[in-house]
Ligand binder design. Structure first.
Ligand code: GDP
Ligand code: MG
Length: 371
């Protein structure tokens, strides 16, 4: 049955919880602020206090928030691919991400100071932009998939040429397949004397990855993150793969995206790195992410600069959330703060009920979660 806590009911009416409790007491019901009452009682209380009640089915609360169709086909623009690098530990994921970023900074934005925000964008030698997710591969990928967020368009599978296919290589292949995301192979550490890229190719066959040189259709690149060789060709390959995928979205609509990382910053408050996936995000927009909402105060790009807007596939730090959302939370812009409150209160309640059902007491609940 539909229920609501007295605290939430009071919040929604902008009344004090104590007044709700007092009113219930007059009707012979003794409650504390954390008690749950049923929807009919809540409606009586609300009407008694002079509010108009609109009962919505729970499923309606989220309706129209995500995956609403792009209305105008003419507004569709091609967006950069979003790439996640995966592979076995020590095969060079971090080195490759750093090498790609630095190569690009040197050539593109001389003197630019990159800062770690969980994702960054580079320009391929063919001129197209590519967005890399910079957070530790598997964990982030899995966490996001678990929340139903699909952010990655292409997986770059890094395999060290001196080590070959290892357990986490196979895991990454499985992740990419399960998510239906195309995969590109980067055979790394090609500079090593004992590098054996051919062995990598044949070992991948056991995981049903057939690279081009063996007659398959999986793109493959030999690279050295250390010597920075093969990187430009890899970027070109990513752009070509993206063109095949024909990634088009409406950039004109209100923004939707996903939280890549989030933290509570001492000086700046909650900071969420958001990958915008459709539409354009701007300061002043009211955003919801998971059980949090806020009005965008500022957008900071991967170069540390303030920007006036962030379009599809652009990662930005979003300042202005009232609480810290979680990685994997989906982000949407809503029309009003009232709507933002309705959605996040509903989600908070669902979250609490789940925790309660699991036996996790409300004791560990944070202030943010209670909003
Ligand atoms: P990760 O665990 O996949 O992120 O791997 P790292 O990027 O941390 O690299 C693991 C080790 O391999 C480090 O000591 C790197 O310096 C080294 N490494 C990474 N790429 C290359 C490469 O292309 N050539 C050589 N020789 N060493 C590399
Ligand atoms: Mg690493």
């Amino acid at each position: 049955p539909e229920t609501i806590t007295i605290q939430e009911l009071a919040n929604r009416m902008s009344e004090r919880g104590v007044d709700v409790i007092r009113l219930l007491m007059k009707q012979g019901q003794m409650h504390k602020i954390t008690d749950v009452i049923d929807a009919d009682t809540a409606q009586l209380v609300a009407e008694e206090l002079g509010h108009t009640v609109r009962r919505v089915a729970e499923s309606d609360v989220e309706e129209g928030l995500f995956d609403t169709p792009d209305m105008d086909a003419e507004n569709l623009v091609s967006r950069p691919p979003v790439v996640t690098i995966m592979g076995h530990v020590d095969h060079g994921k971090t080195s490759l991400l750093d090498a790609i970023r630095q190569t690009n900074v040197v050539s593109g934005e001389a003197g630019g100071i990159t800062q770690h925000i969980g994702a960054y964008q580079v320009t391929s030698p063919l001129g197209g932009k590519i967005t890399f997710i910079d957070t530790p591969g598997h964990a982030a990928f899995t966490a996001m998939r678990a929340r139903g967020a699909k952010v990655t368009d292409i997986v770059v599978l890094v395999v060290a040429a001196d080590d070959g296919v290892m357990p986490q290589t196979a895991e990454a292949v499985a992740h990419a397949k399960a998510a239906g995301v195309p995969l590109i192979v980067a055979v790394n550490k090609i500079d090593k004397p004992n590098a054996d890229p051919q062995r990598v190719r044949t070992e991948l066959l056991q995981h049903e990855i057939v690279v081009e040189s063996l007659g398959g259709d999986t793109l493959e690149f030999e690279v050295s993150a250390l010597k920075r060789t093969g990187l430009e060709t890899l970027l070109e390959g990513l752009q070509l793969q993206a063109e095949i995928l024909d990634l088009r979205v409406d950039a004109g609509r209100s923004a939707e995206g996903t939280v890549i990382e989030a933290k509570l910053d001492r000086g700046r408050g909650p900071v969420a790195t958001v990958l915008v996936q459709r539409g354009t995000l701007r300061p002043g927009d009211i955003v919801v992410a998971g059980a949090e909402f806020g009005r965008v105060r500022a957008l900071v790009n991967d170069q540390g600069g303030m920007v006036k807007e962030a379009g599809p596939s652009v990662p930005v730090e979003v300042l202005g959330f009232n609480g810290t959302p979680e990685a994997g939370d989906r982000v949407a812009v809503v029309e009003s703060e009232a709507r933002a409150r309705e959605i996040t209160e509903y989600r908070s309640r669902v979250k609490r009920e789940r925790q309660a059902a699991r036996g996790g007491a409300a004791a560990g609940r944070t202030l943010a979660e209670m909003m």
